[in-house]
Design a protein. Structure first.
Length: 254
């Protein structure tokens, strides 16, 4: 539809939100489990789960999760602009292949959970991020277009292997009375703190790799994506060296 350069995507999102809000009214009644209990700001932000940080493996996991959101934001913020800048046709349409791969990865996750430890899955996810950024940095809209396709299709591994697995790991590691709080804390430090930092740094990085001469703006996209790949690989080393646990994701009835 070639609507990415207009306000149409925002209007479509607004309409979809209205539809989803209406659908939510049809869901079964779910009274809050904590009804009648005292509500604190610490509980809302998940700060009660800070006690879990006393365990080194969990602390490393939280730090890695925050840091991983930085290169994640680089991808979300600038991939479409980059692909359009280098002449890729229908960039937004091609990027939806990432969501297709994410659905495929989700279907494979139960089989992976049975065979690979949490540590192995997280490392594989971070390695995929590093490879993805390298492919973006050295691909082009001509003979190197296959690199862009592979980078986009890696989204399922990149996202599900690290972020979805991380959510399940946090739920599994938390005691029953802290499970909801632990999820709230993980969401706050990743999609809140991590992506906020990533949003700031991604803009700084783009400016760093941008030069202006005679009114012409030139961006060194290879340098930008290479720095992102290096950042993701540094986080991989953090997990590989310090996240020492044989834990696997277990089914609830296991």
């Amino acid at each position: 539809m070639k609507v990415e350069a207009s306000s149409t995507p925002f209007l479509l999102a607004a309409g979809a939100s209205v539809v989803m809000s209406g659908f939510s009214l049809l869901l079964p009644h779910t009274p809050p489990l904590g009804k009648g209990q005292a509500i604190t700001m610490g509980g809302i932000l998940g700060l009660d789960a800070l006690v879990m940080l006393k365990r080194r493996t969990y602390l490393v996991f939280i730090l890695a999760s925050i840091l991983a959101c930085i290169p994640l934001t680089f991808y979300f913020s600038f991939t479409n602009a980059y692909l359009n800048d280098v002449g890729v046709q229908n960039a937004a349409g091609k990027m939806t292949l990432g969501q297709v791969s994410e659905v495929g990865a989700m279907l494979l996750m139960p089989f992976i959970f049975r065979r690979v430890s949490v540590r192995g899955i997280l490392i594989a996810g971070l390695l995929a991020w590093s490879i993805r950024y390298a492919l973006l940095g050295f691909g082009n809209a001509g003979a190197g277009m296959w690199m862009f396709y592979v980078a986009i299709l890696l989204h399922g591994i990149c996202y599900d292997f690290f972020f979805m697995t991380g959510q399940l790991y946090a739920d599994q590691e938390a005691p029953p009375n802290l499970r909801v709080t632990a999820q709230g804390f993980l969401t706050f430090v990743t999609y809140g703190v991590g992506m906020f930092i990533g949003s700031l740094l991604s803009g700084v990085a783009v400016d760093f790799f941008t030069t202006t001469a005679g009114g012409t703006v030139t961006r060194n996209w290879t340098g930008f994506w290479s720095s992102s790949a290096a950042g993701a690989f540094a986080i991989l080393l953090l997990v590989a060296i310090f996240f020492r646990t044989p834990s696997r994701i277990q089914s609830k009835n296991a």
